[in-house]
Design a protein around this ligand. Structure first.
Ligand SMILES: Cc1cc2nc3c(=O)[nH]c(=O)nc-3n(C[C@H](O)[C@H](O)[C@H](O)COP(=O)(O)OP(=O)(O)OC[C@H]3O[C@@H](n4cnc5c(N)ncnc54)[C@H](O)[C@@H]3O)c2cc1C
Ligand code: FES
Ligand code: FES
Length: 459
């Protein structure tokens, strides 16, 4: 039995735990405001708001219902457009109308839900953040300028929003009055999904599984890892950063620990999928998916991260990948924790990604580098990883071995590029030719170095 609040109604359902929230709201509850576009997380037509308690506070985040497994709704508030509709248009809906932000209307509900989530959010009120909130919503008609104007109107409207915002949002008709009681009502519902047997299909956010194995998930008994409390949280202990396997990309990006360690984190994470996908995507899901271009995998490989299984076995992430989608892991083993050493404060971290579109696209090539130079410009320590250049996410062991202990100068960089190009084997595919990927790898390596030191000063 899965129990949650859908708009203003308490739901108790025995529908399959791996079926999608999209199908549940449309076909079981006839809430057809939520639209079906791609069913792959790309278009945002199916966007809903999902509220859960984060550090004791109820936070609403936008998610793509086409990828959300029903089990992940346990103990949460799920909001479709019918759940914000009132006698008159809400200020978000009105802003879209006033700026001609809607034409055929197919995408409109998704934009309205994402912007409503933005208005409800804790973060500072900035236009750029409103635009970020709709980075997972695609419109074929408007050309976006009118939707951007709607976002500007909203920024002005919420400028006076007080910190204790819920009643203000109700008074100003952004959301209906029933939202005031949701926090208390949710407290009466069990937060964790029912315990499942060992053979159940492990499911995180479902953003890979529901694209690649939609039918399998739908028919399987699922093991909800997304909300398992022992797989959550980021802490520092004994100079190690310890991250729960089900920490989402958003949680990773919003943690004060990771923000302190990686000053450019926001810039890096902006390159990863979109806000709704980041709100669902877990780090372990990214590692186990074993995509050769997994962004967080490349990020963590360059930190020389280790993974800890439920069996307490602990291995380096670089040893996890054995071939295309082949892992050093038995079917029963689940990742529980990801661990990396707090980087030396004098070291520098850099992440680069090139794809065909700036947003919501997977990489042609991505790469990350952690490097520590000593006073003589000699490389004290380095970890380097690249995606899109091998059948699995590649820890560039030969290049690292070559660079360690070397003085960083032009000759060394040239030789490192040679070594690097010899230890990868990209293939030509939809994301670029083999030659293009080799060129990208070289340029992105130079970009790492340039992020660290002024390349023109090198001799
Ligand atoms: C529109 C869209 C855009 C995307 N863009 C990007 C992008 O830019 N960059 C990128 O890297 N990825 C991207 N992805 C891929 C995906 O979002 C990530 O790989 C994500 O991190 C997967 O996490 P999840 O929790 O959703 O995994 P799930 O789909 O829930 O699971 C993936 C796999 O991991 C297994 N699993 C999950 N947790 C565990 C665990 N603790 N132990 C063992 N096995 C586990 C599952 O059984 C499954 O085999 C995108 C996906 C979509 C749909
Ligand atoms: S239907 Fe396109 S993102 Fe869900
Ligand atoms: S209004 Fe037609 S897709 Fe956006």
């Amino acid at each position: 039995m899965i129990e949650f609040i859908l708009n203003n109604k308490l739901i108790k359902t025995t529908q399959p735990s791996g079926s999608t929230m999209l199908d549940f709201v449309r076909y079981h509850k006839q809430l057809t405001g939520t639209k079906i576009g791609c069913r792959e997380g790309d278009c945002g037509a199916c966007t809903i708001l999902v509220a859960s308690f984060e550090n004791g506070k109820l936070i609403y985040r936008n998610m793509t219902s086409c990828l959300m497994p029903l089990t992940n709704a346990q103990g949460k508030h799920i909001v479709t457009v019918e759940g914000i509709n009132q006698a008159e248009l809400t200020p978000v809906q009105q802003a879209m109308v006033d700026t001609n932000g809607t034409q055929c209307g197919f995408c409109t509900i998704g934009f309205v839900m994402s912007l409503t989530g933005f208005v409800m959010n804790e973060t500072a009120i900035k236009y750029e953040d409103a635009i970020k909130a709709i980075d997972g919503n695609i419109c074929r008609c408007t050309g976006y300028k009118s939707i951007e104007k709607a976002a500007k109107i909203l920024i002005d409207k919420i400028a006076e929003r007080p910190t204790n915002k819920l009643s203000w949002l109700v008074d100003n008709k952004f959301i209906p009055p029933y939202f005031i009681d949701i926090e208390n009502r949710l407290k009466q519902i069990n937060k964790t999904a029912e315990t499942i047997n060992q053979d159940a299909l492990p499911v995180g956010g479902g953003t890979d599984l529901n694209v690649q194995k939609h039918h399998l998930v739908k028919q399987s008994v699922t093991n909800n890892l997304f909300d398992a409390s022992h797989l959550k949280g980021i802490v520092v202990e004994n100079n190690e950063v310890k991250i729960g396997a089900s920490v989402t990309v958003t949680e990773f990006a919003e943690s004060s620990i990771t923000q302190t360690i990686f000053p450019n984190l926001a810039k890096h994470i902006k390159l990863v999928s979109s806000t709704p996908i980041r709100n669902m995507a877990t780090l372990a899901g990214n590692l186990v998916n074993a995509s050769p271009i997994g962004d967080m995998t490349i990020f963590l490989l360059a930190l020389n991260a280790q993974i800890v299984f439920n069996t307490q076995r602990k291995i380096y992430l670089k040893d996890f990948y054995k071939g295309y989608k082949q892992l050093d892991k038995s079917p029963q083993e689940l990742i529980e924790q990801i661990i990396f050493q707090v980087p030396n404060p004098t070291s520098l971290f850099s992440f680069e990604k090139v794809c065909k579109r700036t947003h919501l696209d997977i990489a042609s090539v991505n790469t990350a580098c952690l490097i520590q130079l000593n006073d003589n410009n000699t490389i004290e320590d380095i970890h380097l990883a690249a995606g899109g250049v091998a059948p699995f996410p590649k820890y560039l062991a030969n290049t690292i071995l070559f660079l360690k202990g070397k003085e960083l100068n032009n000759d060394v960089i040239k030789e490192a590029i040679n070594t690097m190009q010899n230890e990868v084997a990209p293939i030509s595919d939809a994301r670029g030719t083999k030659e293009y990927k080799l060129l990208l790898l070289k340029q992105l390596f130079l970009a790492h170095i340039e992020n660290l030191i002024n390349i023109e000063e090198l001799v």
